[in-house]
Ligand binder design. Structure first.
Ligand SMILES: Cc1cc2nc3c(=O)[nH]c(=O)nc-3n(C[C@H](O)[C@H](O)[C@H](O)COP(=O)(O)OP(=O)(O)OC[C@H]3O[C@@H](n4cnc5c(N)ncnc54)[C@H](O)[C@@H]3O)c2cc1C
Length: 450
């Protein structure tokens, strides 16, 4: 019998490495993972909290590196208003630590179980107020990364182009180990809420999308209803208590998905089930998006800190030009109703939308050229979801939607190339220089970036 490590020629060859997962807890171990002399299965994919919807954070045939063990907050500089932390730190933990020093992240991000690395390497967006940046990666002033061959690399804000490529690089240029971010003193905003039908929302959305407010909304296409959450800075804003925001977050992100999961199991008649679900959504949003929350800041409005994303939640996000949204939102509601009529599939949770300010700080920024409205379609209904997201992609392409590499399902390669255009070509050049052997490229990302 042939021995496994030897060829017939007698030369020693390596055993093929087995696919697997590694979880380094310090820099030395992280560097060793990628060291060329270590025989690990390729490709390598870093993973933060794993909250992305696509396969951008897995390496089924290679090695997935779980970054969440690198979770130290290295330094909070209250004088220069920066924080330096390892990539595996959860956003919720970072928010809590900063608050002890009277500081907050710039921007409101409510999926607080995500990691700092995942939130820098992929879009971490929220409703920015006025012209303020909506993406956390914009605030990066420096970072340390481990190269595809296991060496340490520092990128500072004097290397403008390189830093802009590293922001939203989806782990293709290196494994981000440590990040320094700009932060700011806690600033209270006023939140006001309205609810209206979709036509009325379409009518006011132009004004809201270009105004000096942070816009977030919950859209119920089958009930023809929208719940608005409008935020603005106000010199008279009072205290921002965290309890009401916790109740709001609990209602929206825990109660509804879990109740709907049970209803999907126990209620076989779709018409009754959907009526119940819509009534529950309307009641929850009517309650929590009313007078419950009035004043907030990026600490209180960050939501509860969970360790994991809700496992039953399916989502796909497309971004649309804010300037066209008054037309797109009506078309989207029509698309949802028509698809339901033809296929009997519909999403059970309201879609969530928010305004993303124009931001060209990252080469792969989705809002590089103009302000966008991100529309996150969410559901707990698995059966029929795959076909639904294919139809959704066709709809979104027709309306000039911009896909996100980690949050948009079923995108066509040619459409992605057309949308990101020359910036994608430039990114590919940098990627090839930093990772000539494609050690960090899994099949999903290779479709777009090889
Ligand atoms: C219920 C729900 C709601 C959401 N709401 C929002 C929202 O409002 N706004 C929004 O923008 N997003 C939202 N998301 C999407 C998601 O949370 C973000 O994209 C998030 O930033 C991903 O962080 P993560 O730690 O989970 O990263 P992962 O999903 O694990 O990874 C994301 C990408 O970053 C890479 N990566 C991770 N860590 C590193 C590292 N250290 N170095 C280099 N590359 C790395 C991965 O390889 C992958 O390509 C939501 C997701 C869910 C499930």
């Amino acid at each position: 019998m042939k021995s496994q490590g030897f060829r017939d020629t007698g030369m020693i060859v390596r055993r093929p490495a087995r696919p697997g997962a590694l979880a380094p807890t310090n820099l030395a171990k992280l560097m060793r993972c990628l060291d060329g002399s270590q025989n690990i299965a390729l490709p390598v994919r870093p993973r933060g909290a794993g909250s992305s919807a696509t396969d951008c954070n897995v390496a089924t045939a290679g090695t997935t590196i779980d970054m969440s063990g690198l979770d130290r907050i290295t330094h909070i500089d209250t004088h220069n208003q920066t924080v330096t932390a390892e990539a595996g730190v959860r956003i919720g933990e970072l928010i809590a630590a900063l608050a002890e020093d009277g500081l907050e992240l710039i921007g409101n991000f409510d999926q607080t179980e995500r990691t700092l690395g995942g939130a820098i390497a992929a879009p971490c967006m929220g409703p920015g107020i006025g012209g303020h940046a909506s993406m956390l990666s914009t605030q990066v002033v420096g970072l340390k990364s481990v190269t595809p061959s296991g060496r340490m690399m520092k990128v500072s804000n004097t290397q403008r182009h390189l830093l802009s490529a590293f922001r939203l690089s989806y782990g293709m240029l290196g494994l981000i180990y440590e990040v320094t971010l700009r932060v700011r003193p806690i600033t209270t905003f006023t939140a006001s809420h309205r609810s209206m039908d979709i036509d009325t929302f379409a009518h006011v959305s132009d004004r809201l999308a270009s105004g000096n407010v942070g816009l977030k909304f919950y859209l119920m296409p089958y009930r023809n209803h929208v719940y608005l959450d409008l935020r603005h800075y106000d010199s008279n804003s009072g205290n921002a208590y965290s309890a009401p925001w916790k109740i709001k977050d609990w209602g929206e992100s825990t109660v509804l998905p879990n109740v709907f999961k049970s209803l999907n199991r126990v209620m076989p008649i779709p018409s009754v089930r959907y009526q119940l679900m819509d009534t529950l959504s309307a009641t929850t949003h009517g309650l929590v998006n009313s007078k419950l929350v009035r004043n907030g800041n990026n600490v209180t409005a960050g939501g509860r800190h969970r360790r994991r994303k809700p496992s039953n939640l399916l989502y796909s996000t497309w971004c649309f030009p804010a300037s066209d949204f008054s037309v797109v939102v009506k078309a989207y509601a029509r698309f949802c109703r028509e698809t339901f009529a033809h296929t009997a599939y519909r999403c059970d949770l309201p879609a969530v939308g928010y305004r993303v300010a124009r931001d060209n700080s990252a080469l792969l920024s989705p809002s590089f050229d103009e302000a966008l409205i991100a529309l996150q379609t969410t559901s707990t209904q698995k059966r029929g979801w795959d076909d639904f997201v294919l139809d959704l992609s066709e709809f979104a392409e027709n309306w000039g939607g911009t896909p996100l590499f980690n949050q948009t399902l079923s995108t066509r390669d040619a459409y992605v190339a057309q949308t990101y255009g020359g910036r994608m070509e430039f990114f590919k050049k940098i990627r090839r220089q930093l990772d000539p052997d494609n050690r960090l490229l899994n099949p999903y990302l290779a479709r777009y970036f090889q």
